[in-house]
Structure formats: C-alpha cells, structure tokens
Design a protein around this ligand. Structure first.
Ligand SMILES: NC(=O)C1=CN([C@@H]2O[C@H](COP(=O)(O)OP(=O)(O)OC[C@H]3O[C@@H](n4cnc5c(N)ncnc54)[C@H](OP(=O)(O)O)[C@@H]3O)[C@@H](O)[C@H]2O)[C@H](O)CC1
Ligand SMILES: [K+]
Length: 499
C-alpha cells in the first residue's frame, strides 16, 4: 500500500534522502532521469524524432539528463529546446546542460512562440514540474498551445507543465496536454480523476530512489493499492479444507429482463473461490441456471421471507433487480437480516441516505458508479468533491464505499481512500459491474472484512481484465469471470515465489 503525498512532502523527502545517504541532488536527478528513460524506451522507438522542451529548474534539468541518456541508448534524432525567460536556473540544470553540450546534442533557446518548430514528432515536456507557483505567462501559454496542437505524442516529465497537483479542477487549463506522464516515486491523486485527461491521457509512476522508510511514515488519507498489498491480504486454500470452509454467498439479483446480471454475479462469486453460491430466483428459471452453470444452487424467490439467512456469509443484492414497490419491500427485509452485504445497482437506486442510516448496521460494501453515487448522495461537479462526500458518508454510515471509476476509489469506515490500480478500457462493457459485485461478495463470504473484500475484489477483477486485455480488444464480462481463478493463482504463486 503506497501512501500518496503532496508536492511539498515530496520536496522534503528529496532533501531527507540526500541528507541521509551518499546521494547528492545531481545523483538523484540522474536516478530520476534513468527511471523515466526506462519507461520511455518501452513506449517510443529510437527511430522517432524527439524534442525535449525544457525549463531551467530541476524539471528542466531532468529533461536535459533524459536527452543525454536517450542519446546514449541510440536515440539519434534528439534535440533540446530551452524556454527562455525563467528567473531561476537551478544548479543541477546547469550541470546537466554542460553534460549535454559535451555530447554535442543540439541545444537552442527560444524567447517567442514563433521560434518553436512548426511540428513535433515526440515531445518530452520538461518545462515545469512541481515547482509551479504562479499563473503561466502569455509566452508559456501560447507556446504550450502550439505544442499541444502540433505534437504527435507528448510525454511529460513528472507533471504536465502548467498543471498544479494541489488544485483539483481544470477550468481554463492552459498547460501541456500530455499523452503520457511519467511521474516520480508515487502516483498523483490528481491523475486518477477522470477530468485530469485534459492534462494527461495516462500516467505511469516510477521509483527514483527516495528514502521509502521516510516516505511511508508520512500520514495521508490517500493510498494506492498495489499487487503486494493484495498478495499480503489473500489467503491460499489450505489442506483438509472443504466447501464449507470458504463460505456461502447468496445472490439476489435479476428480474425477468435482466437475468443475465444475476448469472454473471453468481458466476463471478463462484470463480472467485467461494465455497457455495446460491442464486435466489423464480423457480421457472432454475433449469436455465443449472444449464448455464451447474455449480450454482438456487432458492425460490417466493421464499425470500422465510429463508434461513444465518447460513449465508454474504448477501449480494442489486444487479438487474428492478426497483418496484415489491422489490423495495424485499430489499428492506433483506437489510434487516444484518448479514455482511454488497449493495449494487438497483439496491442503491431504491435507497436513500436516511434508509441507509437506519438499516446499515452490519458490514456492508456499497458499489455505486458515478450516477448511482450522485443520485444517492447529491450531484457533484467534480470528482475530487465526490470523493470528499464519499469519505464523509462512509464514516457516517460506517460502511465501505466502492466508488467505481477507471481508478476505483475504495473508502473505508474511517474515511481513508484506497485507489485501485488495476483495470482498463477493454472492460468497459455491460455486466462488468455485476462481476465486481460477485467478486466482492465471494471474498466477504470467505471471511474477509468488508474493507479487505472490497480491496481484493476490485484488484483481482481489474487484474483479470488487464491480463485479458493483453490478448483481447474487449473483455466481455463472462470471459472475465472465467479468468478469475487464473488471476488468483498468479497472485498466490507470485507470493510464494517472492516472499
Ligand atoms: N524529489 C523529487 O521528486 C525530485 C524531483 N525532481 C524534479 O524536480 C522538479 C521540481 O523542480 P523545481 O526546480 O522545484 O521546480 P520546477 O522545475 O517545476 O520549476 C522551476 C522554477 O520555475 C519557476 N516557476 C514557477 N512557476 C512558474 C511559472 N508559472 N512560470 C514561469 N516560471 C515559474 C519557479 O522559480 P521562481 O524563482 O521563478 O519562483 C520554479 O522554482 C520535479 O517536478 C521533478 O521533475 C528532481 O530532478 C529529482 C528529485
Ligand atoms: K513537466
């Protein structure tokens, strides 16, 4: 679990690392440039024409070091353009300029936007990083606009120039619009917000060798859930265990038109390793369930109010359930059974915050997408504010909120935010949310806490999607469900190999 930190804390970590190690700031810059270059070479071939656009601070210094390292790696079409008019020139920028000139890499300075080349193939943007402390000058604004319009592909160093990581809105954004940002040491919360795509379409982060013990001790409300965290949480199946060891999940989902949602949720629970899965549905539908997935058990919807709920370790309610008066009455009845629950889709649509306050008195995971979230907790104009509401509500309701997004936010009962790091656009298809509900309900039934079930469920779901996306342009939900056991195996095998 990586704690996310602010630009100011990063600066302190930089100073601390240099003070408490043999490293000088120029060494750290070299490490940062190396880390950047390692990712860059996997994206951009040496045949491309690279223009590094640099400022004269440390972000610019990184840019110059990157130009030199790329030249040494066989990128021969490379030049550096330095933007004039900065008040400061950092010492490490100066050293890197000397090193660059020694390699005879083209270095020129521009003072007006008109002096910039007409077109760029690949731009490495190293004008401004975390040192941004005021509005952009007209010179920089116009230059950035020109670069944005005329670059085939732009990679920003640490932060797109002109983007402030301490502000979470992008109104009137006039900085660099990157295709990829390679940021240092930690992901930035900002880049997980969907609106940040105006500044960077994607991001990767890489360690530059800052003191991790120092960094990890910095308190924060935001964390990045990485593979190691999930591997630490996952238990391997043990010898002499049986189906009863792994819990029994009850799935309540699907009306006449949306039976597929019920099947997908149940299938995902099954493939996530729960001992038993029962699907509550109309008796007329039992044969279809058995044909589709013979391992599933069925219970009659007519018996909803007479079932013995104590035998289910988790109850998932909502996908494709419908939201008429009868279903609302069923939902309230189910909530009163106080079983560990996952509430999704129509279950969320039928609830209000007052009802949640009244009925959520047991471990519960709410899995809204943006529309469900805003209907329940009020409209939001930006994701940062939406996350803040989720933090308040999770604390107030004492539940876990899984706010779905490309980077899903998992908010625990004390309002801390854990950002899921897996998943991709190939998963953007109907039924994917049903699979997530099934996954989380399986881990809940297997005995994990609501929070751990949410963290594991989101990670495994997204990782299965990532693995499939290497081979599939799109990953239909049922294919993803069937891939879950392979993903679980790879996570558990890696752990055995590495720990
Ligand atoms: N620990 C790390 O993360 C490391 C980061 N590295 C890289 O360093 C940058 C941060 O470098 P820094 O020198 O602090 O700042 P910048 O390069 O972003 O900016 C330089 C100076 O530019 C001036 N400034 C600020 N805003 C503007 C503006 N709108 N227009 C013009 N100029 C501006 C400001 O100086 P002033 O004296 O004029 O106020 C900035 O100081 C980080 O992003 C990483 O890329 C290290 O290389 C490795 C360790
Ligand atoms: K930059």
């Amino acid at each position: 679990m990586l704690n996310l930190i602010t630009a100011e804390e990063m600066r302190k970590a930089d100073a601390y690392t240099c003070e408490h190690s043999e490293l000088s700031t120029i060494d750290l810059m070299e490490q940062a440039a190396n880390a950047f270059t390692e990712i860059f070479v996997n994206h951009i071939s040496p045949q491309r024409h690279i223009t590094v656009i640099a400022g004269t601070g440390n972000n610019g210094g990184d840019g110059l070091a990157i130009a030199r390292l790329l030249r040494m790696k066989g990128y021969h079409n490379i030049k550096v353009i330095c933007m004039n008019g900065f008040t400061t020139e950092s010492e490490d920028f100066r050293i890197n300029k000397e090193r660059l000139v020694a390699l005879k890499i083209s270095f020129e300075t521009v003072s007006t936007p008109e002096q910039l080349p007409q077109n760029f193939d690949v731009v490495i943007d190293a004008v401004l990083g975390s040192g941004l402390n005021r509005d952009l000058s007209n010179f920089l604004k116009t230059s950035f606009e020109h670069i944005n319009q005329n670059s085939n592909y732009t990679v920003s160093v640490d932060i797109p120039s002109g983007c402030s990581t301490d502000r979470f809105t992008f109104e009137d954004y006039c900085g660099i619009k990157a295709d990829l940002t390679i940021c240092f040491q930690r992901p930035k919360l900002l880049f997980t917000l969907p609106e940040s795509t105006v500044a960077t379409k994607s991001f990767k982060f890489t360690s530059i060798g800052l003191d991790e013990n120092y960094l990890l001790a910095i308190p924060t409300d935001y964390y990045w859930t990485d593979q190691q965290t999930v591997q630490g949480l996952l238990h391997k199946r043990k010898a002499f265990t049986h189906k009863g060891t792994y819990g029994h999940a009850l799935i309540i989902s699907g009306n006449a038109q949306t039976k597929g949602a019920a099947l997908l949720t149940a299938k995902a629970a099954l493939f996530s390793g729960v001992g038993l899965v029962t699907l509550l549905t109309e008796s007329a539908y039992f044969p279809y369930v058995n044909v589709y997935q013979p391992e599933l058990m069925t219970a009659n919807k007519e018996d909803l109010k007479i079932l013995d709920y104590s035998k289910y370790q988790s109850v998932a309610i909502g996908p494709g359930m419908g939201s008429n008066t009868e279903q609302r009455d069923q939902l309230l009845f189910l909530l009163q059974q106080k079983r560990p629950m996952v509430l999704d889709a129509d279950a969320l649509n039928m609830l209000t915050t007052d009802l949640l306050k009244q009925y959520i008195l047991h471990p519960a995971v709410l899995t809204p997408h943006v529309k469900e979230f805003d209907r329940l907790f009020g409209a939001h104009t930006c994701w940062y504010n939406r996350i803040q509401t989720a933090r308040i509500q999770a604390k107030e309701l004492q539940c876990v909120i899984v706010l779905k997004n490309q980077y899903t936010y998992i908010i625990n009962e004390v309002g801390k935010v854990f950002i899921n790091s897996t998943g991709n656009p190939a998963m953007a298809q109907g039924g994917m949310g049903d699979i997530l509900t099934g996954c989380i309900s399986a881990f809940l039934a297997r005995g994990y806490s609501a929070f751990n079930a949410a963290v594991i469920g989101c990670f495994v779901h997204g990782k299965a999607g990532d693995e499939l996306a290497e081979r599939y342009e799109v990953t239909p939900a049922s294919i993803l469900a069937e891939h879950l056991p392979l993903t679980l195996r790879s996570l558990l095998t890696d752990r055995i190999m590495t720990n």
